[in-house]
Design a protein around this ligand. Structure first.
Ligand code: PGA
Length: 317
């Protein structure tokens, strides 16, 4: 048996003939002439020393030995395809580019996810665009990036959106605000205060508006500020209260002049997602980032940011 020497090309032709049941159709699929196919199949049968194909009615079908060869050939093709994939991934990871887009709130944790990735793949150039949700949605519409990091993927696009980490949105007050001493604050009381809010187009603002609306409340904006940091500083300066992702907070909000309020129904529970257009073929660099985020996900989920808010949501609300 060890002296059998079929070529990969002969096996591909054989597989096509056996699958399609016809020399003519195999010739069409492989863009070869029918005589070429016949010659290849004759040589293959000579090499094996047994008939591999037989004509039954109008079909050309494998003999029992042909069936066994078909199974062996398909197994080899699968293994070869896996090998080719490995080669192209390894090549693609030695040099390449990862284009990421992220909503502004993700800038607080994304560098921490990128650091081990960049160390593991020094040949990959990382480009990170940071904008608010609306701008990231426009980039998704144009399919400009390999992957986007966001909380609220839009409904109007065909997307793959993989959640990887919680994103609790919490209510913030100046550390010395009277509400910061309360044990439980109704959501209506927070709504009554009037809030410092992000610009229209921000996902944080959208999630907050949706949450208030779901409780029959309207978000009243006392002031509109175009960044999470501006809002944090404005809250600390006593300009008002706000709802922001807990990821915007450092380990000790009191040192930033802030308190997380125990508001009923808060934190608003959302998730961070890695998003791309459905059907987009991800580059090796993007696949490796996706894999890195997937493997970091359990650790990330276990490490919730900011202090735990004290208010308990009454059951059923
Ligand atoms: P943004 O981010 O408020 O910075 O837009 C939140 C999101 O959309 O995920």
């Amino acid at each position: 048996m060890s002296n059998l020497r079929p070529t990969l090309h002969q096996l591909r032709v054989f597989e096509a003939v056996a699958r399609l049941g016809s020399y003519t159709r195999a010739a069409e699929e492989l863009h070869l002439t029918q005589p070429t196919i016949s010659v290849q199949m004759r040589e293959l049968a000579d090499t094996v020393g047994l008939p591999l194909l037989e004509t039954r009615g109008r079909h050309t079908l494998p003999t029992p030995v042909g069936e066994a060869l078909l199974a062996a050939a398909r197994g080899m093709f699968d293994q070869w395809a896996a090998f080719e994939m490995l080669v192209s991934q390894t090549r693609g990871l030695q040099r390449g580019r990862l284009r990421l887009a992220a909503v502004t709130t993700a800038e607080y944790f994304l560098p921490g996810l990128l650091a081990p990735y960049a160390q593991a793949h020094p040949g990959i150039e990382v480009q990170l665009v940071v904008e608010n949700r609306d701008a990231i949605v426009r980039r998704l519409e144009l399919d400009q990036d390999d992957l986007a990091v966001m909380m609220l993927p839009p409904d109007h696009l065909p997307l793959a959106a993989e959640p990887f980490m919680d994103n609790p949105l919490v209510a913030l007050a100046p550390a010395d605000h009277p509400l910061a001493r309360e044990r439980r604050i109704p959501l209506a009381a927070l709504a009554g205060e009037g809030l410092l809010v992000r610009e229209r187009g921000s996902g944080t603002r959208m999630a907050t508006e949706e949450h208030f609306a779901a409780h029959g409340l309207r978000l009243r904006a006392r002031m509109e500020l175009g960044s999470n940091e501006a809002i944090k500083h404005a809250v600390a300066a006593g300009l008002g209260l706000a709802v922001l992702s807990a990821y915007t907070l450092g380990p000790d909000p009191a040192r930033e002049g802030l308190a997380v309020l125990p508001v009923e129904g808060l934190p608003i529970r959302r998730e961070w997602r890695l998003v791309h257009r459905e059907g987009r073929v991800l580059s090796p660099a993007a696949q490796a980032f996706l894999a890195a985020v997937r493997s970091a996900a359990p650790r990330l989920r276990a490490r919730a940011p900011g202090p735990a808010p004290r208010a308990r949501t009454p059951r059923g609300s």
